[in-house]
Design a protein around this ligand. Sequence first.
Ligand code: ADP
Ligand code: MG
Length: 378
Amino acid sequence: MRTLDDLDVEGQRVLVRVDFNVPLDQDGNITDDARIRAALPTLEELREKGAARLVLLAHLGRPKDREPEFSLKPAAERLGELLGAEVALAPNLDAVPDVEIVMVENVRYEPGETKNDPELARRYAALADVYVNDAFGTAHRAHASTEAVAHLLPAAAGRLLEREVTTLTGILEDPRRPLVAVVGGAKVTDKIGVLDAFLERADRVLIGGAMCFPFFAAQGHDVGDSKCEAEGVDPARRALDGGGEKLALPTDLVAGRDFSADTEVRALDGVDVPGGWMGLDIGPGSSEAYAEVIRDAGTVFWNGPMGAFELEPFAAGTRRVAEAMAECEGTTVVGGGDSAAALAEFGLAGRVDHLSTGGGASLELIEGKPLPGVEALA
Ligand code: ADP
Ligand code: MG
């Protein structure tokens, strides 16, 4: 993969694909600008190295048409504040003003973008002399602004994309041991590729979240009214058969009557969930045992919360795991949107070594799948 070290940008117009797919509230205010901040090192380096112009491409959401609620205006404004520089916003590719920093409107307003359309890629390429991709969060998609355009100009990875790829591939290729994977969240089928990858390479794999219940169902436990993905039971059974001693499941749970913060709460000593109850968090025995394994790890990768952490009565398991990540002296890496949100909510986002900006992209990389946006920079 070529990086900024391999690209001469002095006096050049640089086309930069960034990931500014930030969450907005109802009034169009950015509620979390982490992705914009994450692009700053690359943008600042390009300016310091004397790039003549920066032309930024980014997407927001999944617009069907040119709906104004998917405009990049808030992102362009926030970037301007963070850079302390004027950032213009071009309404479309035919009206890009001749200024130092310009962001083009949502690439997904262009019908050819998600089709990796070569003609659209040519129009992007015409805006600059060289291309830099720093949008790790969309690197798993072969789109015109992430894949096709990379073949039309001298191309390189930005610092964020470079760091994401080196950190995540480093976990798989040469981790400090013991390597511990903590996998939770909603569905086994979302995470089975990652589970398989870690069952092959990790020393311990700790399971939490609603994902436990297909495992418990496969073992013949009662899951009560827990969220238990039916299609997850077979993959869970396979993981149990192949995982052996490596695989750890919770030994106690916290249950609620329903998915709400003011529901009746009950601690369960084992993992059988009675009818009329749903398992919504791992219990204190499990989270303490997990915390111990995490604290002593050489490398930890965590994806997926241990419970319904959005609801205070069911946040303790996820909080304990997050604290153990912060206490661990090994390399700690977190992937996944909800896991990152949980870490931020507990005020621990700055206490891990790497917080991946790419949910789907980080999982696909861990699964060993080639990422089209990265391959195109080879
Ligand atoms: P990530 O975004 O980190 O990859 P996921 O999207 O897979 O994580 O899962 C996060 C969601 O899973 C959260 O909304 C959380 O409420 C839910 N969840 C976790 N455990 C449970 C549970 N026991 N019951 C119901 N929902 C759960
Ligand atoms: Mg999620």
